[in-house]
Design a protein. Structure first.
Length: 74
């Protein structure tokens, strides 16, 4: 991904897996291209560190809704 692609996207997403509780709110609220859940432990898998601008609203909603506060969007 180029710097231009990053500048036009939603921002950079990070997930602290050790803080996750496996509620799955991020998967339910955001595009499946951004978040998924690990089949073994149920914790978040970050699929797109730099989501597109079209995913920005869903990503913001997921960050806000995370009950563990484990997601960050910068």
């Amino acid at each position: 991904m180029t710097l231009t692609d990053r500048a036009s996207g939603a921002g950079r997403v990070s997930a602290e897996r050790d803080r996750r509780v496996g509620a799955g709110q991020c998967v339910l609220l955001a595009a499946p291209a951004v978040f998924d859940q690990d089949e073994e432990d149920g914790l978040v898998l970050l699929l797109a560190e730099w989501p597109s601008a079209s995913q920005s609203d869903a990503v913001r909603d997921a960050v806000w809704a995370c009950p563990a506060g484990a997601l960050t969007l910068r």
